[in-house]
Design a protein around this ligand. Sequence first.
Ligand code: PXG
Length: 464
Amino acid sequence: MTIFAEGKQEQELTSDWQARDHRHYLHPFTDHRELGNKGTRIITAADGVYIRDSGGSEILDGMAGLWCVNLGYGRQELIDAATRQMQQLPYYNSFFQTAHPPVIELSTLLNEVSPPPFKHTFFTGSGSEANDTVVKLVRRYWDLLGMPGKRVIVSRINAYHGSTVAASTLGGMSEMHKQTGVLLPDVEHIEQPYQYELSGGLSEAEFGLQQAGLLEQKILELGAENVAAFIGEPVQGAGGVIIPPETYWPEIQRICRQYEILLIADEVITGFGRLGEWFGSQRLGIEADLMPFAKGVTSGYLPLGGVLVADRVADVVIARGGEFAHGYTYSGHPAACAVALENIRILRDEGIIERVRDDTGPYFNRRWAQLADHPLVGEARSIGLMGAIEIVADKIRKERFPKDLGAGAICRDFCFDNGLVMRAVGDSMIVSPPLVMVRKQFDELVEKAWQSLDLTAKTLGQAL
Ligand code: PXG
């Protein structure tokens, strides 16, 4: 896999790449001064569940890229599908009463793998655009039903729904709200079902009902005639893998039905197998009206997103609504659709999602739970192939380290140096491995995480 450039080895090029990266490239969600001092890690190649950096280190990718490389790296079938489609028809739009075979085939296949009410898909280039689309679909739906007053979308603190203005408004990240300035009106946030931080001694079941009840309180406060929809990730991802108690989603569902509010399950991370079902909603018993997706639909090989639209909404907006004034140049991009088709076929024909459900998922859950025995770990939780551990100074009292020590960032850096990608959200460490990871690689993941925690404990011990 060694790649040479201009006859020089990657290692020799690293400092030049880092210098030019610093001079010219604006990274997403990055403090550039800090990065400039440290130097960017340059990733040059990947195969299976490993990435490789320009220093020649092989690193186990515990994050599947950014929650997306579900099939792992180097699947020739996906590369061939993109190549064939680019040769045949690299681009065409579907704005003016046209379409092309890949987008039609993909819409059909998505209907086959999703729950029965989802027969239509609107395509976008990303998850953020999918959530912008959701806002417009929701508003259009209630307008067409003669209830334009139903405008408010209720979301959750610490949710992540993307980075465009609409999607960052829907999300519940306070730093993003501050920097965005003018936010979309008519979006409200309720507290999240984060048991480790917020349960205050309630049982898991009680806490789930209590947090879902916050939606009912919000609806009563605003008046149901003003509330259009509730949006939530089945399991919050970027917020720190927040797994809701089992009582949470059924109660949310009941409330949405009772007050006639659309339910949006943001499946951008949980779609396409991450929880051992095609969609996280199926694992958690959610019957949503809209399901935005992205990431795993192409295993990240090409950018593609979209919204699965249930009949309840499609019958109004598409069948009765005239023109829906919304669309993107890359809605249903042929090459991205061709990759998605092949990706979904492989997930289905190789039984990868069933394997996550019946074998690798439970194995990962057992191994991951063992991290709770580490002195630094307050909780180790996981569901399907999503996991989090809470780094704490005192396990019994659930006491955190002082924020400025950056315990999570220290651990993340040790992981990288130890050959493992594990992401830090504050002092929560999270993973979301490729769905093709095998038992021996989960063992490696957990062993490397443990070693990195040991080193983190040592460093923090010295710092305290
Ligand atoms: N919804 C959810 C649930 C997501 O996780 C988006 C929407 C937006 O998708 P796009 O394709 O527009 O990025 C996401 C994206 C992180 C991280 O730090 C997570 C995401 C994106 C970037 C960083 O964990 N999720």
